[in-house]
Design a protein around this ligand. Structure first.
Ligand SMILES: Nc1ncnc2c1ncn2[C@@H]1O[C@H](COP(=O)(O)OP(=O)(O)OP(=O)(O)O)[C@@H](O)[C@H]1O
Ligand SMILES: [Mg+2]
Length: 380
């Protein structure tokens, strides 16, 4: 097993695209780290630089304490699983999975015929055992003698995972390995990958653009945009204490609501709203423009106009039913808010409602689409 260290790693592609800017990251031995961010933010580039499939244009990559900048991919002891895995079409599942192992042994042992017959057979048995065992874990042991074309997409994806697993490398790198699967199979396979990690305790780096997948898989997630790391932390940290407005808006579904305004005499004022700020929650609120961020489940909605208290008048623009809950899209004084609430049949699209915002659970952000979060009493 091995740790991974990135020191000031950057990548500029020929043609001048700055895909990754001087990035420092450490992945601990046995850690499951997920790189997450919107399309084009540099996730695959970062992963491919760890694998050695892409050169770095600055900085150093170390695996297991050894700088590997000039080490060929096959000598880095990493296994990579891609979104567009390619299985050998003319080989059975068993041979697809064993192929890497047998080939490695041929290279390692010089010509196979030099091995005594018994030793060669023993190695074959060992490979067979490993393949069968891995296939069992992934639930594809009944498919070992089939050709890839006789498998579903999800089964092929598992074979590709299995092929990486049997190699028993120090580091696993996954680039969106589940994106070809349907939603249900994706959730099942996700649980299997987590389980594989628990058993192997290998260092795993996993790329996805799906924040939910990141939250459910990661020990630690690295949230990126435009080649820059915005936050590296546990899913709980990124959700509850986002470093900035970009992370706050990227992590969590439905997306956090943002209201533009400023702090004035103990209240947040702007965009047609006035919300009292709880005394003491923000030790130092900056003067000038701010954004207030509030998660949809921290907004309560009830039908009819407000009858005093802290409620704000709003109208219901749309209702999205989710079975056990619903999302309500509201217009409050010209500001669009989304609330996630328990089912309430009294609410009707186009009719009046009133909303109560749990301001004690809100965040304040400096201006700009990646404005830093203002420190509050939840920060230690
Ligand atoms: N071989 C290349 N030559 C030039 N530019 C490239 C090359 N590969 C990627 N890029 C650019 O580098 C940036 C980062 O690409 P990368 O593939 O790392 O993004 P990503 O985060 O994996 O995105 P996605 O979620 O869409 O897979 C993009 O702007 C992309 O267009
Ligand atoms: Mg990618």
């Amino acid at each position: 097993m091995a740790s991974i260290e990135l020191r000031q790693v950057s990548k500029t592609y020929p043609g001048g695209v700055h895909a990754v800017h001087a990035t420092d990251l450490s992945f601990r031995d046995g850690e499951f780290v997920v790189l997450v961010g919107p399309s084009g933010c540099g996730k695959s580039t970062l992963l491919r630089m760890i694998a050695g499939l892409e050169t770095v244009t600055g900085g150093t990559v170390s695996v297991g304490g050894r700088v590997v900048n000039d080490v060929a991919p096959k000598d880095r002891d990493v296994a990579m699983v891609f979104q567009n895995y390619a299985l050998y079409p003319h080989m059975t599942v068993r041979r697809n999975m064993a192929f890497g192992l047998l080939r490695r042994r041929r290279h390692a042992g010089m010509a196979a015929w030099l091995l005594r017959h018994a030793e060669w057979a023993r190695e074959r048995d060992e490979v067979d055992r490993k393949v069968s065992e891995t296939a069992r874990t992934l639930g594809i042991d009944a498919l070992l003698d089939r050709l890839p074309r006789a498998l579903s997409g999800g089964q092929r994806q598992r074979v590709a995972l299995g092929r990486a697993l049997v190699r028993d490398p120090q580091v696993f790198l996954f680039d969106e390995p589940l994106s070809n699967l349907d939603a249900r199979l994706r959730i099942e396979t996700r649980a299997e990958i987590r389980e594989m990690h628990r058993r192997t305790r290998a260092t795993m780096v996993y790329v996805t653009h799906d924040q939910e997948e990141a939250m459910t898989l990661a020990d630690r997630m690295v949230v990126m945009r435009s080649g820059v790391v915005h936050q590296a932390g546990t899913p709980e940290e990124c959700y509850a204490r986002p470093a900035d407005r970009f992370v706050a808006g990227f992590v969590g579904m439905p997306v956090m609501n943002f209201v533009e305004g400023r702090a004035e005499a103990g209240a947040f004022v702007g965009s047609g709203l006035r919300l009292g700020l709880p005394a003491g929650r923000w030790p130092a609120v900056p003067a000038g423009p701010l954004a207030l961020g509030i998660r949809p489940d921290r907004i309560a909605v009830a039908p009819g106009a407000p009858a005093g208290g802290g409620a704000l008048p709003a109208s219901v623009r749309a209702i999205e039913r989710l079975g056990d809950r619903m999302d309500v899209v509201l217009d409050a004084g010209g500001t669009r808010l989304v609330a996630r609430i328990g089912n309430d049949d009294r609410l009707r699209e186009g009719e009046a409602a009133h909303v109560t915002v749990d301001v004690a659970a809100a965040h304040l952000f400096a201006p700009g689409d990646a404005g830093a979060r203002v420190r509050d009493t939840g920060d230690r």
